[in-house]
Design a protein around this ligand. Structure first.
Ligand code: CUA
Length: 180
């Protein structure tokens, strides 16, 4: 009887016939893999958390300028110890959010039921955009501008957490999206 510490009696184990139940399991597992793979297309419509985002190439400098232009135009107040601007962009407009070591800038104030084109990018490093409590996740990379169309459906305060480890201040990298 071969055990884990004695070598098998038949060295060429791959020439031995496969047990029928094992074949059955391989077929089931393979069929399930294929099903899950092709179901990705369906999740585009049925999965509430699967985002249909667009992505464009942009330099961090150019993206920083877009953020700054919006901040200068629509800042309504400042918050937090770092004096981060709170921006209230008009409904239907393009909204720019930048991740950097270690903050989300600006904080946003959006209107319930209105649609916005939310742009997200990083100015330095890889960050993760995690919108809580909705649990929407997006990888944020310098050089790429992600765009998602959002229509907030609940009033309240959403937290934007960084969910890609980005260094010593990672856990403090918190942003806010207020919905009024
Ligand atoms: Cu930014 Cu972790």
């Amino acid at each position: 009887m071969p055990t884990s510490y004695t070598p098998p009696s038949e060295r060429l184990w791959w020439n031995e016939p496969i047990e029928r139940t094992e074949i059955l399991w391989i077929v089931i597992a393979f069929a399930w893999c294929l099903f899950m793979f092709y179901y990705m297309i369906a999740w585009h419509w049925t999965g509430k958390q699967n985002l249909a985002n667009e992505a464009y190439k942009i330099t961090p400098e150019a993206y920083g300028k877009k953020v700054q232009a919006m901040v200068e135009q629509y800042t309504v107040r400042k918050e937090t110890e770092q004096n981060i601007p709170v921006v209230r962009p008009p409904a239907g407009s393009d909204v720019y959010l930048a991740g950097s070591l270690w903050q989300w800038r600006p904080l946003l104030e959006l209107e319930k039921g209105k649609s916005y084109r939310l742009h997200v990018s990083s100015l330095d490093w890889m960050h993760g955009f995690s919108l809580q409590p909705e649990n929407i996740n997006l990888q944020v990379l310098p050089g790429y501008e992600m765009v998602i169309t959002v229509t907030p459906n609940k009033t309240g305060t959403n937290t934007v957490m960084c969910n890609e480890y980005c260094g010593i201040g990672h856990h403090t990298m918190l942003g806010k999206i207020y919905v009024k």
